[in-house]
Design a binder for this molecule. Structure first.
Ligand SMILES: NC(=O)c1ccc[n+]([C@@H]2O[C@H](COP(=O)([O-])OP(=O)(O)OC[C@H]3O[C@@H](n4cnc5c(N)ncnc54)[C@H](OP(=O)(O)O)[C@@H]3O)[C@@H](O)[C@H]2O)c1
Length: 267
């Protein structure tokens, strides 16, 4: 499908790896001008080189850390300058490494760290881009929550609670700025085999002597209690394609949605 993104500018914060990188790749493959950003310059530049090699489109590699106040405004301004304007923003940061705690063991520091990473970072990025999209006649924002917002688990209370905040934030964006031509949608990935889960597949297969092809799926069912209709983890490109679609003109009447991309995960 032609996404209708040719020559339009898109910024993917979190685009230097995983799901965000695949979203950037899908946009570039359809002729979009793309900037990607992450904390590590090397990682961003390597991802940019990889996307350019696959699509023949130049990619702007930027660095930012959304946990720092002011960083979102800077990276959005850089993207606008490099790309000549922005039609959309995806935020795929917010893994909340300190958010995987149960209620009794999670400290105030775990909660504030997860708040900064998962919710405030997304707020900052959206706040920085809305005026620019408005000036340009509208555009699209995609945020990232998680399947855990529908299926809270005892061992990740801060993470799931603040991802639920991202869902609500996104619905608010859609309602508040729809009249300016700005759409906002939130993607909820299921277990998706980006670097962390790919490493887990390999290590579990090795330590337990399980077949590598099914080791991750076995953990998902036996230890995480996940029932996935498609019976497997998601591939990063399956998430990236949906994000690219939501950002694109093909999704022009889709806003305020929480989109579960989880292979039919039920609990
Ligand atoms: N993979 C899953 O199973 C899964 C499931 C549910 C939800 N999700 C959600 O999906 C999103 C993407 O996950 P993923 O698996 O694709 O992660 P990933 O492979 O670790 O990629 C995360 C990206 O975000 C960047 N990043 C992280 N923190 C940042 C910060 N503070 N400022 C700027 N950039 C930052 C990383 O680059 P640097 O490290 O260089 O900063 C990287 O480019 C996350 O919101 C995650 O919570 C994932």
């Amino acid at each position: 499908m032609d996404l209708g993104v040719r020559d339009q500018g898109y910024l993917v914060i979190g685009g230097s790896a995983g799901i965000g990188k695949m979203a950037a790749l899908a946009l570039a493959a359809d002729g979009a001008r793309v900037a990607i950003a992450g904390r590590s310059r090397d990682r961003a530049e390597a991802a940019g080189t990889e996307i350019t090699a696959a699509t023949a489109m130049p990619v702007v590699a930027l660095t930012t850390d959304l946990i720092r106040a002011g960083a979102a405004e800077e990276v959005v301004a850089q993207a606008v300058e490099e790309l000549g304007g922005l039609r959309g923003l995806a935020v795929t940061t917010g893994l909340g490494p300190r958010g995987h705690r149960d209620l009794l063991s999670g400290t105030d520091e775990d909660w504030t760290s997860t708040f900064d990473d998962v919710l405030l970072g997304t707020v900052r990025a959206c706040r920085a881009v809305v005026p620019l999209l408005s000036e340009g006649g509208g555009g699209s924002i995609v945020t990232t929550a998680a399947y855990s917002v529908r299926a809270p688990k005892a061992h990740q209370v801060p993470y799931a609670s603040l991802k639920a905040g991202v869902v609500t934030l996104t619905k608010n964006l859609a309602k508040s700025f729809g009249h300016l031509g700005i759409r906002a949608n939130c993607v909820c990935p299921g277990a998706t085999e980006t670097e962390i889960l790919a490493a887990m597949r390999r290590s579990v297969a090795k330590s337990r002597g399980w077949p590598v092809e099914s080791a991750l799926e076995q953990i998902m069912v036996e230890e995480w209690g996940m029932q996935v209709a498609l019976g497997r983890a998601g591939r990063p490109e399956e998430l990236g394609d949906v994000i690219a679609f939501l950002l694109s003109e093909r999704a022009s009447y889709l806003t305020g949605a929480t989109v579960n991309v989880d292979g039919g995960t039920d609990f």
